[in-house]
Design a protein around this ligand. Structure first.
Ligand SMILES: Cc1cc2nc3c(=O)[nH]c(=O)nc-3n(C[C@H](O)[C@H](O)[C@H](O)COP(=O)(O)OP(=O)(O)OC[C@H]3O[C@@H](n4cnc5c(N)ncnc54)[C@H](O)[C@@H]3O)c2cc1C
Ligand SMILES: *[C@@H]1O[C@H](CO)[C@@H](O)[C@H](O)[C@H]1NC(C)=O
Ligand SMILES: *[C@@H]1O[C@H](CO)[C@@H](O)[C@H](O)[C@H]1NC(C)=O
Ligand SMILES: *[C@@H]1O[C@H](CO)[C@@H](O)[C@H](O)[C@H]1NC(C)=O
Ligand SMILES: *[C@@H]1O[C@H](CO)[C@@H](O)[C@H](O)[C@H]1NC(C)=O
Ligand SMILES: *[C@@H]1O[C@H](CO)[C@@H](O)[C@H](O)[C@H]1NC(C)=O
Ligand SMILES: *[C@@H]1O[C@H](CO)[C@@H](O)[C@H](O)[C@H]1NC(C)=O
Ligand SMILES: *[C@@H]1O[C@H](CO)[C@@H](O)[C@H](O)[C@H]1NC(C)=O
Ligand SMILES: *[C@@H]1O[C@H](CO)[C@@H](O)[C@H](O)[C@H]1NC(C)=O
Ligand SMILES: *[C@@H]1O[C@H](CO)[C@@H](O)[C@H](O)[C@H]1NC(C)=O
Length: 636
């Protein structure tokens, strides 16, 4: 259910045309009939976060032709994509796939939203822009699972630099009259803490949030106070979460530059198209329906010499509507699936690559029996709590009054400053679980520098499942389990309708009791954090929204509250997992096992969840994957 103020907020954004330097590109097609050729060296399915990196890097070689097929729309004129403050609640609009989960048993059978970008840039065009690199332990774990030291943190340093440029702190932004400035804490966040950490020189622009919020020094001071009182505090302050040790509270970084969102479309794809690369074509508003073999190889079919042959997919069938005409494009070298953790397994299953019994039941011809396709689906559960606060600085009034939004938007359009030039989430904190909770159980995090819990702070009411109340001022605290143990799966609802039929998405939230314990700890940690002076002074926290008390209650009440108020952070991964075992979907070079000609480059290859916001991890993966592909095709 959406509030009318929120719809007005949206309408105001979606009807205003962006005035910006983005020029429309000439090799962007909206009809398969117009695409100049039917055969390319490479076909990339999905112009999302990873797909645009792959397409841009491969088309650097003028002798290779690249076709990108994207289901969604052009991002150029969609204002809400480019205004950073709109980074939350963009879901459910024209740029979203509008997926939901199946009823979640441990959430009283509630379904939760699964937003995914349906637009150039994919989810990098609709996400919250938070830029966290994850820990050293994460990539070292992936390298171990993949059996490939090329995925180690140290080996990926150059790809991280190749993906992004850190623009440093910019505090010169003008402050809107709507939100009065607050003082900064005694220790201002400097540019990168670790002098050895490069700022990089890649296309994605990264900044510290430029807009001060009243919560900033509360978060910093609270973590410092707790640390003063206990040197082993789990709430330590950190100057920089992107050094390899991601534990701590402090200022986040975000994928914005000069007041605008930096997505894989604005950073990679549009610049490549605008430079008039003649070897790069992009077809939008068109869905890949399935992969095909030009010579059909049914499972266990044999060649003339009696050896069983490996199925070789070299065609992509596409359509613009469920009953519309189908078109085929061929790849001379290979097909790269970058359709994301939902789209990629869906396409593999529809192409006959998946668990044999599931495909058989749906009447899909089996091309390769790959039991792990669609399995290992994981996401970060997130508990959403709003608190009523004694403040007039929150962004709630802005959400309620469209005229105020117009004013702030005008400032943004004028010179890309003000509240809308930044994401609403400037402060985050990552914590480990207490040691006693980890005794006797396998640590679900990748290692000691990887957290289990995350807290995010927003200076206003987050209208995810309920509208902004008509009166009062609120803040939102989000508790995420970044290393949960529950594992779910994605299956097809039907073989009919191809990629126009939503798949069945089941995260199995809280299926593992470890996750319930971990979220209970997160609630306790929030209570501890909010009991410090920065939050209690001036009676800042009045109560949990809709309740009489500042806390949630007994253990039983907390568990009930969790079941009612948990969603996810929108970070699905794992459905085409990489690994060195025969049962893993891809090998360490991201080639799909049991097939020829198909690689997966997107968040579906992660074997376990990044204990962070994953987009920077996806960009890093894609930059290395581009080099792997170039190497395999003699392009390096
Ligand atoms: C609302 C939201 C908020 C988020 N916030 C953050 C954040 O603050 N920080 C962070 O780091 N991460 C965040 N994330 C997660 C992050 O954006 C994703 O993990 C990452 O972008 C995934 O990249 P990908 O390349 O795997 O998939 P995507 O970027 O989703 O790309 C997949 C692309 O494939 C296209 N596609 C799918 N199926 C087909 C088909 N059949 N035919 C043609 N095209 C197809 C899609 O339209 C899409 O463009 C958020 C995600 C969402 C949705
Ligand atoms: C998602 O819903 C919005 C709003 O109804 C709509 O505009 C959009 O086209 C939908 N997305 C898809 C992929 O159908
Ligand atoms: C959830 O749905 C299942 C299956 O329909 C049912 O057995 C169960 O009782 C439901 N649980 C709740 C809490 O409603
Ligand atoms: C910082 O702000 C100034 C003034 O608004 C602007 O000129 C400059 O481009 C900004 N720098 C970054 C990195 O955004
Ligand atoms: C393929 O053939 C092998 C050996 O004959 C058999 O064990 C296997 O079950 C077959 N696979 C399928 C999916 O039928
Ligand atoms: C908020 O504004 C109201 C009305 O102007 C005022 O009475 C109240 O004291 C203000 N509260 C704070 C914390 O500034
Ligand atoms: C940006 O524009 C606003 C008016 O919309 C103005 O008040 C402000 O001074 C400008 N800031 C800069 C840095 O130019
Ligand atoms: C949370 O705090 C309560 C009361 O302080 C305590 O009884 C409970 O054990 C704590 N739970 C966890 C998971 O630490
Ligand atoms: C935070 O600490 C600084 C330095 O001690 C102080 O000036 C500021 O008022 C504090 N702010 C809050 C909200 O605690
Ligand atoms: C809050 O307390 C008042 C007075 O004790 C009571 O009437 C009211 O129902 C309570 N509200 C909630 C949401 O518990």
């Amino acid at each position: 259910m959406k509030s009318s103020s929120l719809s007005m907020f949206r309408a105001c954004f979606l009807t205003t045309i962006l005035v910006s330097g983005l020029a429309r590109s000439t090799s962007l097609y909206t009809d398969p009939k117009d695409v100049p050729t039917k055969e390319y060296d490479f076909i990339v399915v999905g112009a999302g976060t990873a797909g645009n990196v792959i397409a841009t890097r491969l088309s650097e070689d003028p002798t290779k032709s690249v076709l990108v097929i994207e289901a969604g729309i052009d991002d150029t004129d969609v204002l809400s994509v480019h205004v950073p403050f709109r980074g939350f609640n963009i879901e459910g609009t024209s740029v979203d796939w509008n997926f939901t989960t199946v009823p979640q048993k441990e959430l009283n059978n509630r379904t939760v939203p699964v937003p995914r970008g349906f637009v150039l840039g994919g989810s990098s065009s609709i996400n919250l822009m938070t830029w966290t690199r994850g820990s050293r332990d994460l990539w070292d774990h992936y390298a171990k699972v993949a059996g490939d030291s090329g995925w180690r943190w140290d080996a990926l340093e150059k790809y991280w630099d190749k993906a992004s440029t850190y623009l440093g702190l910019n505090r010169s932004t003008t402050i809107s009259t709507l939100v009065p400035p607050t003082s900064y804490p005694a220790l201002p966040p400097p540019p990168r803490n670790d002098p050895t950490l490069s700022n990089g020189n890649g296309p994605v622009l990264v900044t510290r949030p430029n807009f001060p919020s009243e919560l900033d020094d509360k978060v910093v001071n609270a973590s410092m106070l707790l640390q003063q009182n206990n040197p082993h505090s789990r709430f330590k302050y950190t100057l920089d979460m992107n050094t390899g040790d991601s534990i701590g509270f402090g200022y986040s970084e975000e994928a914005t530059g000069h007041g605008e969102r930096s997505s894989s479309a604005t950073a990679y794809l549009h610049p490549a198209l605008n430079s008039k690369r003649r070897n790069l074509d992009v077809l939008i508003q068109t869905r890949a329906m399935r992969l095909l073999q030009s010579k059909n190889t049914a499972l266990n079919s044999t060649t003339s010499n009696g050896h069983s042959s490996v199925p070789h997919f070299n065609q992509v069938e596409v359509a613009q509507s469920v009953d519309g005409p189908r078109f085929k494009f061929s790849a001379r070298n290979e097909i790269i699936l970058s359709s994301g953790a939902i789209g990629t397994p869906q396409l593999l299953l529809l192409s006959g690559v998946g668990p044999k019994h599931e495909l058989k039941e749906l009447g899909i011809d089996i091309v390769a029996d790959r039991p792990a396709v669609g399995k290992n689906l994981r996401d970060h559960p997130m508990l959403v709590t709003m608190y009523k606060v004694n403040s007039n600085q929150t962004f709630d009034d802005l959400m309620r009054v469209p005229a105020l939004q117009e004013q702030v938007l005008e400032q943004w359009q004028n010179n890309r400053t003000g509240l809308f030039a930044n994401t609403p989430a400037s402060m985050i904190g990552f914590m480990r679980l207490p040691e006693d909770q980890l005794k006797g159980v396998q640590d679900s995090a990748s290692g000691p520098h990887a957290p289990h819990l995350e807290m995010l702070f927003l200076d206003g009411f987050l209208p995810l499942s309920q509208p902004v109340p008509a009166n009062g001022h609120f803040i939102t605290i989000l508790n995420a389990l970044v290393a949960p143990k529950s594992v779910g799966s994605l299956t097809l609802a039907s073989a009919n309708g191809g990629t126009f039929t939503h798949p069945l998405i089941n995260y199995n939230i809280y299926a593992d009791p470890f996750d319930i314990q971990a979220m209970l700890q997160a609630i306790n940690d929030t209570e501890t954090f909010l009991s410090t002076t920065p939050w209690t002074q001036d009676d800042f926290i009045i109560s949990v929204a809709g309740r009489n008390s500042t806390t949630i209650g007994t253990k039983e009440e907390k568990v009930a509250y969790m079941r009612d108020n948990t969603v996810t952070v929108f970070h699905p991964i794992g459905t085409a997992r990489m690994g060195n075992k025969e049962e893993d979907v891809t090998d360490s070079r991201l080639l799909v096992r049991g097939l020829k000609g198909v690689r997966v480059v997107d968040a579906s290859v992660f074997p376990t969840l990044p204990e962070c916001h994953p987009q920077a991890v996806v960009y890093t993966l894609a930059e290395r994957a581009a080099d792997i592909i170039k190497e395999d095709h003699g392009m390096l």
